[in-house]
Design a protein around this ligand. Structure first.
Ligand code: PLP
Length: 403
């Protein structure tokens, strides 16, 4: 008789081993709560790594998805469709963007951004202007171009020759960038707060300096807001608090609030370089994804939701401070809005995974950002009450770690 049970061990049997998921298998979610196969309940402060901005199974998103599912799923790029145009119109009306390209993942949006920068430079300045400047600890996705642009060489080593002409510099080091940039530079790509790299905030002066240098050398400033965008930092996009306007911005993760979709936003003068046939994707901008994203956009892009993010940031920071007064486990709490990192101090270096597992034992789901940082990226609409319960559980987990 064949074994038909769906268990964690089945993962090891049938899945490529590029992930190492927890032992429990979540089967159901509602708001910021999740249940596993045994009906154990968890509070979810992972938000699907900054994806589920409105929690699980939000009724209005479910309605948007099911309504569209009954109408039209997919047609191809031979046609456009209403949800795509509606979403693009909303993005253009509410950001610096004049044009939008839709794809399916953050990596694909960044791939499009990097290709656009190279093509724009080629069209206007000739074939020598190819250098892309990126930053150590940056993360831009796992396609070969984007992972090579990311600032963590082990992710891109061992796959043969890498895409050429990518320079990595130190984040927040403006003088280093000043020295490195030249007429050969076609783009500078960065996150306005490095998420995967350890929740590392940007200096405003650095962002503004990049803007000036990009103008000086006719290079595109590409802001990767895949993790920071769609309300995560308390503004619709993080650039809105930096006093700059990027040339290209990428969004994904929370854009679909759990349904896969990404977007590259840009200006008319750059968009013109992606003429018919230069770039494309089968599924990008499909009606299902755009219908969900369009509803999510309305729910996130309002002052009450964005103010709530800042309020909840205060709640988490205060709770972490209290926990730290008792257990002295963290040397720093950093980040912005609901993208926060608790950095373990010297005594607990490398033990973020232990703390994450201790949290799971308490019925709490959190993330890491490197081996020594616990990352919180809850749904933007998590209730204060649930957040307080979550921080109580976190305290218990820290206590276990400290014992
Ligand atoms: N860019 C940033 C800043 C990210 O945080 C991520 C994912 O974590 C990506 C790009 C890649 O997005 P995706 O995994 O959807 O390709």
């Amino acid at each position: 008789m064949s074994n038909t049970a769906i268990t964690r061990s089945l993962f090891d049997q049938v899945m490529v081993p590029n992930y190492s998921p927890l032992a429990m298998i979540p089967v159901r979610g509602e708001g910021s709560r999740v249940w596993d196969q045994e009906n154990n309940e968890y509070i979810d402060l992972t938000g699907g790594i900054a994806v589920n901005a409105l929690g699980h199974a939000h009724p209005e998103l479910v309605a948007a998805l099911t309504e569209q599912a009954k109408k039209l799923w997919h047609m191809s790029n031979y046609f456009t469709n209403e949800p795509t145009l509606e979403l693009a119109r909303k993005i253009v009306a509410n950001t610096f963007a004049e044009k939008v390209f839709f794809a399916n993942s953050g990596a694909e949006a960044n791939e499009a951004a990097l290709k656009l920068a190279r093509r724009y430079a080629f069209d206007h300045y000739g074939k020598e202007k190819t250098e892309i400047i990126a930053f150590h600890h940056g993360f831009h996705g796992r396609t070969f171009f984007t992972v090579s642009t990311g600032g963590h060489a082990p992710y891109s080593d061992g796959f043969g020759p890498k895409p050429a002409d990518i320079t990595h510099l130190d984040y927040n080091d403006l003088s280093g960038l000043e020295k490195a940039m030249s007429d050969k530079t076609c783009a500078v790509i960065l996150e306005p707060l490095q998420g995967e790299g350890g929740v590392l905030p940007i200096d405003k002066a650095f962002a503004q300096g990049i803007r000036k240098l990009c103008d000086k050398y006719n290079a595109l400033m590409i802001l990767d807001e895949v993790q920071t965008g769609m309300g995560r930092t308390g503004s619709l996009f993080a650039y809105m608090d930096l006093g700059i306007i990027p040339d290209v911005l990428t969004s994904a993760k929370a854009l679909g609030a759990g349904f896969p979709i990404s977007a590259m936003l840009t200006l008319d003068k750059f968009a013109g370089s992606l003429t018919v046939g230069t770039h494309g994707t089968t599924f990008g901008g499909n009606p299902l994804a755009c219908a969900v994203a369009s509803k999510a956009f309305d729910l996130i892009n309002n002052q009450a939701m964005l103010n709530g993010v800042k309020e909840k940031e205060r709640l988490i920071r205060q709770a972490l401070e209290e926990i730290n007064n008792e257990y002295h486990a963290f040397e720093e709490i950093r980040g912005s809005g609901l993208l926060l990192g608790a950095v373990l101090n010297e005594q607990y270096q490398g033990r973020a995974k232990d703390l994450l597992l201790a949290c799971a034992d308490q019925g709490l789901l959190v993330l890491m950002a490197g081996a020594s940082v616990i990352r919180f990226t809850p749904a933007l609409n998590i209730s204060d009450q649930l957040l307080e319960q979550a921080m109580d559980k976190f305290k218990q987990a820290v206590k276990v770690l400290a014992e």
